[in-house]
Design a protein around this ligand. Structure first.
Ligand SMILES: [Zn+2]
Length: 340
């Protein structure tokens, strides 16, 4: 008996020694008990599509309105309901982190009640967002630390859209994001003076989504070899833009995405060549010197990957004029916010 107890104790000690290592290699957990994402053919049981549309419309990407509308997260199906058919799945922190924002006023957002957590993963500041919640744990406050797997809320179907979310489509909308600019609120007031911003920098426009499905599947497949920084660095490139600015918040926050350039480091950085993915994530920054930069424009479009644009057009960051490509108003708006 004693031996067994010891063995059990030993196993637990071993597990606690091993867990931190696994935790850093597989930083993200599923945000509910629904694990069908990892089951062959489980998509129908994991994703909730939009009304009358297939499950793919509940995934991340240009999946709505015939590919012309972006959905920046995963809509994850509910598993548990109360006697009225309302969803009651606990919503779990995807990783160790800190609460940064709680919106308890569903009328103020199409996300309804939502929570944003900040995580530090391999030198990258990553944010997770959980939306359409029915209840956020009342003791949860901004600044509080949470552990991976800790319940933060209950699934619901809150939103301020007129059509609402029906019981049968109950889901949590889950995002993994990078933060564009901590001066968002000031920029927004200037860029859209007639629009209200009730959420400070925790406005969806300021959070650039990565595909959580790709991340979770790659983690599952690669195990200890998964690396979030590498994942971000290997996003397919939509376009490359020269930004005439030596310093902006993204370059400071996501310094891990800056490629070394010895000449620019020696002569001084006058701007960056920035590679964007189809969702506008600046996943690579290459420092450039003053002599590298011609012309006076704040932003110069250097290259466009046309096939990537046609595969994922919803954000319309660039536009084709005859044989030439140009930055669209959307693209200029994003770069304006990025470098504000
Ligand atoms: Zn959604």
């Amino acid at each position: 008996m004693e031996q067994l107890v010891w063995r059990a104790g030993c196993g637990a000690a071993l597990a606690s020694l091993l867990l931190p290592a696994l935790g850093s290699a597989q930083p993200f957990q599923l945000p509910t008990a629904n694990r069908a994402l990892f089951e062959k053919g489980g998509e129908e049981r994991f994703f909730v599509g939009t009304v009358g549309k297939p499950w793919t419309t509940g995934t991340f990407g240009c999946v709505r309105s015939g590919g012309n509308q972006m959905h920046e997260g995963l809509d994850i199906r509910c598993l548990q309901r109360d006697k009225h058919g309302e969803p009651i799945d606990p919503v779990l922190a995807t990783a160790d982190g800190t609460v940064v924002y709680i919106n308890n006023r569903p009328a103020l957002s199409n996300y309804g009640k939502y929570v944003v957590l900040r995580h530090q993963v391999e030198n990258l500041e990553v944010y997770s967002l959980y939306a359409h919640l029915s209840q956020i744990r009342p003791e949860l406050k901004p600044g509080q630390n949470v552990k991976a797997g800790q319940p933060v809320a209950l699934m619901g179907r809150t939103t301020n859209t007129r059509s609402g979310i029906s019981k049968d489509r109950a889901h949590v909308h889950f995002e993994l994001d990078l933060l564009l600019n901590d001066r968002f609120a000031v920029w927004y007031q200037k860029a859209s003076p007639d629009q209200r911003n009730d959420h400070g920098e925790w406005n969806g426009q300021n959070l650039l989504g990565l595909d959580p499905r790709l991340i979770l599947l790659e983690q599952q497949q690669k195990g200890a070899r998964f690396n979030l920084l590498e994942f971000v660095q290997h996003r397919p490139e939509l376009c490359r833009v020269l930004v005439r600015k030596p310093d902006f918040p993204w370059a400071r926050r996501y310094g891990a995405l800056i490629r070394r350039n010895a000449l620019a480091e020696k002569q001084g950085v006058a701007g960056y060549e920035v590679a964007l993915d189809f969702n506008g994530v600046p996943f690579e920054l290459v420092p450039r010197t003053a002599s590298d930069i011609r012309g006076q424009a704040a932003f110069q479009l250097l290259a466009v990957n046309a096939s990537e644009y046609h595969r994922n057009p919803a954000r319309r960051l660039v536009v084709q004029k005859g044989v030439r490509w140009e930055l669209s108003p959307h693209g200029l708006n994003l770069l304006g916010l990025l470098t504000y």
